[in-house]
Design a protein. Structure first.
Length: 416
C-alpha cells in the first residue's frame, strides 16, 4: 500500500511538472528603463531597440523551445527606474518575485547595471547586460550576467591596432584624457595596451572637466611629435580639443577621441572634424555580413544591418544609434541561447551562452568564461572617421577591415 501511495504521489508530481511546462504560453522578460532622470535619452533608444526585437521575434511566432516543441511569444514587463540605483534594486526584486520574469535585461548605464547585477545573481536569473561597458561588473564572481558592449578596457585599443595596420612604422602615441572615472579607465587601459604592443607613450596626462583651452597640452604634444593623439572624455571637451588641434595645425597622423566624434553634431566644427576618428559600439554603416562571419569560421545569426536600419527608421522616424542596436542584440542573443539550450532553465541557458560564438549585424558575440565571467570578448569597437563625400561631412566605418564601409584617410594632417 505504501509503495502504491508513493507511486501515485510521484506520478502526481510528474504530471504537475508536465502540466506546468506545457501550460507555459509566453516568455516573460523583465527590465527597467530610465523614463525619467539623467539617463532618459540613451535608455529610451535602448528600449526602442529592444521593442523592435520583440516585434520581430513575435512576428515569427516567438522563440522556439525544443523541450516544449513549440514557439513562445515574448512578453515585456518593465518599470521606470528614474535613473536611480536604489530604485533599480527594488524593481529587479519585484520583476523576479512578483512578475515572475524568466529572464532579465539590464538598465542603461554601467552604474545601474551594477546594481541590477547583484539582484540577478542573488536569484540566479540570466541578465543580458547592454548599455554597460564597465569591466568591474564582471570581476565579482557573478555567473548569470552577460555583457553585450565591448568593455571599457578595449575602447581605444582598436585605435592602436588600426595605426599599426596602416602604418607599422608609427610608434609614438600621446594620450590626453578628461579627469573622469570612465575616461581614466579607458586611457589607462590604452596606455598599458600600447606599451605591451611596442608603442612609446610620449605623453600621458589628464585635464580637468570643463577645460576649454588646450593650448598647454597642444604645446607639449607638438614638442613630443607623436604619430597619434588618442583620448578625450565627453562631447564638449572632445569637440573643443579636436577644433584646437586643427587650429594649431598639429602635425599628427591619427587623431582618435572618445564620444564626441561619434555624435552627428560634431560635424558643426566643419573642417576641424575632417579625418578625426572615434570608437563606437556600432554604426549603421558597419558591414558585418555572413561573408565576414565565414572568414572568421563562425555562424551568422539574426537579421541584416540593412533590415535593422530600414525597419528602425520606418518605425521611429530616425536613424538608429548604437544604443538601439545594443538593445536589439541583447534580445537576439538571449533568443539564440534559449534556442540552443532547448528550454527555459537558467543553468542550461547559461551554458549555451558560455559556448556561444556568433556573428550578428552588431558584430561578433562571445563571452569570457574565466576570471571576468560573462564579459564580452568577441565584439570589437568599430572605428568611424569623418570624411568628405559630395561636399558634405559624413561618418564612415574604417575599422575593423571586415566591417569597414570606406578606407581610412591617412594621415590626419593631410587636410592642412
Amino acid at each position: 500500500m505504501k509503495r502504491l501511495v508513493a507511486f501515485l504521489v510521484g506520478v502526481s508530481f510528474l504530471m504537475l511538472g508536465l502540466t506546468t511546462s506545457f501550460a507555459k504560453d509566453k516568455i516573460v522578460i523583465g527590465f527597467t528603463m530610465s523614463q525619467t532622470g539623467k539617463l532618459n535619452a540613451e535608455s529610451a533608444e535602448q528600449y526602442r531597440g529592444l521593442l523592435l526585437w520583440q516585434k520581430w521575434v513575435n512576428s515569427q511566432g516567438g522563440i522556439y523551445v525544443k523541450a516544449l516543441k513549440k514557439k513562445l511569444p515574448v512578453k515585456f514587463v518593465y518599470y521606470d527606474d528614474e535613473s536611480s540605483k536604489d530604485r533599480v534594486q527594488q524593481l529587479y526584486v519585484r520583476l523576479i518575485s512578483k512578475d515572475k520574469a524568466d529572464f532579465l535585461i539590464s538598465p542603461y548605464s554601467s552604474g545601474l547595471t551594477a546594481s541590477a547585477a547583484v539582484i540577478a545573481e542573488q536569484y540566479g536569473k540570466i541578465m543580458m547586460a547592454t548599455g554597460a561597458a564597465s569591466d568591474s561588473i564582471f570581476n565579482k564572481g557573478y555567473m548569470h550576467v552577460f555583457q553585450i558592449y565591448t568593455p571599457a578596457s578595449r575602447y581605444l585599443t582598436g585605435a592602436l591596432d588600426l595605426l599599426k595596420a596602416v602604418d607599422p612604422k608609427a610608434k609614438k602615441v600621446a594620450i590626453v584624457y578628461e579627469q573622469s572615472n570612465f575616461a581614466k579607465a579607458v586611457a589607462t587601459a590604452a596606455k598599458k595596451y600600447a606599451e605591451k604592443h611596442g608603442f612609446k607613450v610620449v605623453l600621458f596626462e589628464s585635464y580637468a572637466k570643463g577645460t576649454t583651452d588646450f593650448t598647454s597640452f597642444l604645446n607639449k604634444i607638438a614638442a613630443k611629435r607623436p604619430d597619434a593623439i588618442i583620448g578625450g572624455g565627453h562631447f564638449a571637451d572632445g569637440e573643443t580639443f579636436a577644433r584646437q588641434i586643427f587650429e594649431q595645425r598639429i602635425k599628427v597622423k591619427l587623431v582618435s577621441l572618445l564620444v564626441a566624434p561619434a555624435v552627428p553634431k560634431f560635424a558643426e566644427i566643419g573642417k576641424a572634424a575632417l579625418y578625426v576618428t572615434a570608437p563606437s559600439q556600432w554604426e549603421p554603416k558597419a558591414k558585418y555580413t555572413e561573408a565576414s562571419a565565414k572568414k572568421l569560421g563562425i555562424s551568422w545569426y539574426g537579421p541584416t544591418a540593412s533590415w535593422f536600419v530600414k525597419t528602425y527608421e520606418k518605425e521611429y522616424k530616425e536613424a538608429p544609434g548604437y544604443h538601439a542596436a545594443g538593445g536589439f542584440i541583447a534580445g537576439l542573443v538571449l533568443q539564440k541561447a534559449i534556442e540552443d539550450a532547448g528550454c527555459l532553465d537558467a543553468e542550461k541557458v547559461r551554458k549555451a551562452l558560455e559556448k556561444m560564438d556568433i556573428m550578428t549585424f552588431y558584430g561578433r558575440i562571445k563571452f569570457e568564461t574565466g576570471k571576468y565571467y560573462g564579459r564580452q570578448i568577441g565584439h570589437d569597437m568599430v572605428y568611424l572617421q569623418w570624411q568628405e563625400k559630395g561636399g558634405k561631412l559624413v561618418k564612415e566605418v574604417v575599422w575593423p577591415e571586415h566591417a569597414a564601409s570606406a578606407r581610412l584617410v591617412y594621415p590626419y594632417y593631410k587636410k592642412y
